[in-house]
Each structure stands twice: as C-alpha cells, then as structure tokens.
Design a protein around this ligand. Structure first.
Ligand SMILES: [Zn+2]
Length: 242
C-alpha cells in the first residue's frame, strides 16, 4: 500500500463542505487531466487549498500518484467533484478519487495505487464492486478520459480491484478446530491469571496464615489476596520465621 498522507483542506474554506456524506455509497474515479511535470498528488493538495479551488468550489477525497496517496477530505464529508450539483448523488454520496497523469510520473504505478486504495475503501465500507463508477456517470463529462479513450482498460481496472478484494477480504469462515483450541487456551490462561491475582486462602497456606496471625504479622485472614502473598507467608512459615 502506498503511503497515505492526510492533508485536509482547512475547515472554513469554501470548498470544504463540512457536511456529512450520504453513505458513502459510491466511489467516483477521475483523471486529473493534467499531464504537466510535477502535477502529482502533492501539487493537487496545494491546489485544493488555493483560492482558485475554493472559488469554484471544487474538492475531492484522494489524489493518487505513483508514489503516494494524499487525502484532502475526511471520509465523513462530501466534496464537490462530480459536476452533478448541490443535490447530485455523485457529489453527496461518493468518495472522489483523482488519479494523476503527470508526465514525470508512472501512470501504471498510480493506477496500481488506486486499485489498492479503492479495494481497501470497498472492504472498509462493505460496498460492492459496482459502486465504483466513472465521473462520467454523474455529469456526462469525459472523465476519467485515460480509461475512456482506451477500450477495455476500465474493465481491466475494475477486474484488478475485484481481485485485490478477493485476496484481502477478511475471512468470514468459521474457526478451525486448532484455532478454537487456541482461543480456549487463551481464555483459560486469562481466567487463571485473574484467579491467581486474587484468591481465597488456599488449603496449603492455611497453617502459615494462622501462624502469621498468631505472630501478629497480620491482623486477620485476608479475604482475597494474591497467590504470591500466600506463597510468601508459606515460605516464611516453613523457614520458621512465623
Ligand atoms: Zn472528473
């Protein structure tokens, strides 16, 4: 997994809605459509904090390049990236992800990072693969143009996300007998620890306890004490110290 850098648009900016996302129920994929050198995730994070982005307003959740993922909005908030307006499902219910295409970056690697990010998000929010959609779906814009201009590439991208999810989903299968035994052993050890931390006087410490009371070392039998306490009394008693 590529590193995720959190670099949120500050609260109070016009492109930071601070309004709850509906769901999220979709993941909307975009291309940055910026082939310029250095137009990576870091530079898009700076752009989103600029007055230009605030004035539009425009905002999305993640930008992915070949080296990193930068997060610009919390996943509890909706952004302005789908072009379907203030009541649009794209804006209100989808996580927006921009994939970089800067000339000095490795686009294939950026797509790989996006596959992992999207797969993780689908697993986290328990969303089906069908919730991954193109920006085009919401507004008709030719975005993500890189996939849209290459027949089959979107389907391949989706296939890779599916495969990633298959490999990384948490197994819902029941425990194996060996695992169940391990769990029981752990539970027993925990119960044992709890019991020895505080226990009624055990028979083997009875005479030591009586001797200790007689010797005035302790006032009255402890209702509950640790095994180490009883053990210490017993050793002292056996050594003739009580
Ligand atoms: Zn787009």
């Amino acid at each position: 997994m590529a590193t995720i850098i959190r670099d949120f648009i500050p609260l109070g900016r016009a492109n930071r809605t601070n309004k709850p996302i509906d769901g999220p129920r979709f993941i909307t994929v975009h291309d940055t459509a910026n082939k310029g050198k250095g137009a990576n995730a870091i530079s898009h994070a700076a752009y989103l904090k600029s007055d230009r982005a605030a004035a539009l307003p425009v905002s999305w959740h993640f930008t992915v390049d070949d080296k990193r993922v930068v997060q610009h909005l919390p996943l509890t908030e909706h952004g302005w990236h789908a072009g379907d307006g203030g009541k649009g499902q794209g804006n209100l219910s989808s996580i927006g992800i921009e994939i970089c295409e800067n000339a000095d970056g490795d686009r294939a690697k950026a797509e790989q990072n996006a596959i992992v990010l999207i797969g993780d998000l689908l697993l986290q929010f328990k969303l089906p693969i069908t919730s991954v959609v193109q920006h085009n779906r919401w507004s008709g814009k030719n975005c993500p143009h890189t996939f849209r201009s290459k027949p089959g590439s979107w389907e391949t991208f989706i296939e890779y996300i599916k495969r990633y999810m298959e490999q990384n989903k948490e197994e819902d299968t029941p425990m194996t007998p060996a695992e169940r035994k391990q769990l029981l052993d752990l539970q027993n050890r925990l119960a044992e620890l709890e019991a020895t931390a505080k226990m009624k006087i055990p028979p083997w410490a009875q005479s030591a306890m009586e001797a200790a009371i007689k010797a005035g070392v302790i006032d009255s039998p402890a209702d509950e004490a640790s095994r180490d306490f009883y053990r210490l009394l017993t050793i002292m008693h056996r050594k003739g110290l009580l």
